[in-house]
Write a protein that binds this ligand. Structure first.
Ligand SMILES: C[S@@+](CC[C@H](N)C(=O)[O-])C[C@H]1O[C@@H](n2cnc3c(N)ncnc32)[C@H](O)[C@@H]1O
Length: 328
């Protein structure tokens, strides 16, 4: 099961690469920061894919194929997910002098690269299963562009579970179902007193209810101030809504993959209830974010990229994905 869950990262990566190749990403949020950042963003991702080929031709083949067969609705989804999370992070980082980010279930996400360059006082911790971070570590060290941007030596002197142990960036192997080990590693890699952004982007949906709740409770208790940003699908709560059950049976049938809490936290409110001890919790579905947070100029830009005739399909999909922000 662990291996099947790890492979979901290749979907996330191929979706992101597809959205980049058509021009949806980098988002206007990042583009607004510097002209240079947009081209670096594209280059970092391209290089990540090319270097992946050196380590696993099979995975490269899968990612490359999936990337080429991405539909406009999927690109919109990837765009919204990325913009929604980026905007929430940047908003928090802008308001705090010294900040740390912890990305749970980071997979191949390369968000740390622009953020570390944009915020000199930021420290960043990426955490995922051991196999996932090993591959990421290999790629980051092998690619000259990626290595240079992180100021990494090519030779790997670090040892597991801290595969990268830089002052400002750490890449950590950990099974997040093991809360004791997670807490121990957070103690090693982070400072409880520094304002902390926690990201879980399509992670909690693959975890079981109790383990996910323990992880949330541990983090909320541990850091003095923080913002948890979580993005996931929800099953849907209307009587004739079959989105969740269809998604579950498709995943089971095609890859023997489960989303254990998709129908438990099937509405925005239920999804957000897990952070109820945080004083300030907001949750939006991605259709709401599309309509309320993406300016008309940006929507016009998106319309020029690809023709989207499945607007109803986009609405159905995006009302079943949520972005939760819990501030404490
Ligand atoms: C769908 S991918 C998302 C990757 C990344 N967050 C993104 O959105 O691009 C889910 C990631 O969560 C990781 N993951 C799931 N359960 C985990 C666990 N118990 N411990 C550590 N990582 C986990 C997987 O290995 C995978 O990399």
């Amino acid at each position: 099961m662990e291996r099947i869950i790890q492979q979901t990262d290749y979907d996330a990566l191929s979706c992101k690469l597809a959205a980049i190749s058509v021009g949806y990403l980098p988002s206007s949020v990042l583009q607004g920061f510097s002209v240079d950042m947009a081209s670096k963003y594209t280059q970092w991702h391209r290089d990540y894919l090319l270097t992946l080929k050196k380590f696993s031709r099979r995975t490269f083949g899968k990612v490359d194929k999936a990337m080429r067969s991405s539909f406009p609705v999927m690109n919109y989804g990837t765009y919204l997910r990325t913009v929604g999370i980026d905007a929430a992070i940047l908003n928090f980082l802008d308001g705090n002098e010294q900040v740390q980010v912890v990305n749970f279930g980071c997979g191949s996400d390369l968000r740390m690269l622009p953020l570390l360059q944009m915020f000199p006082n930021l420290t960043y911790v990426d955490i995922d299963y051991s196999d996932s971070v090993e591959l990421k570590n290999n790629i980051l060290r092998e690619s000259k562009i990626l290595r240079t941007s992180l100021d990494l030596p090519e030779e790997n002197a670090a040892t597991a579970p801290l595969l990268i142990d830089q002052k400002r960036y750490k890449l950590v192997a950990c099974d997040l179902n093991n809360t004791t080990e997670t807490a121990r590693l957070l103690d090693t890699c982070t400072d409880r007193d520094i304002p902390t952004v926690v990201i879980s982007e399509c992670l909690l949906c693959y975890m079981h209810k109790d383990e996910a709740q323990l992880l949330i409770n541990t983090v909320l208790e541990r850091f003095v101030h923080g913002l948890w940003i979580s993005y996931d699908p929800i099953g849907g709560c209307q009587p004739n809504d079959r989105f969740g059950t269809i998604m579950q049976s498709n995943l089971k049938e095609s890859r023997n993959l489960e989303m254990p809490t998709l129908m438990t936290y099937n509405s925005k409110e239920k999804y957000a209830s897990r952070w109820s001890t945080a004083p300030n919790v907001t949750v939006d579905d991605m259709w709401e974010i599309f309509n309320a947070q993406i300016p008309e100029s940006e929507r016009r830009r998106l319309r020029t990229l690809q023709f989207l005739d499945e607007l109803e399909e986009l609405k159905v999909m995006q009302t079943h994905y949520v972005l939760m922000k819990a501030k404490w």
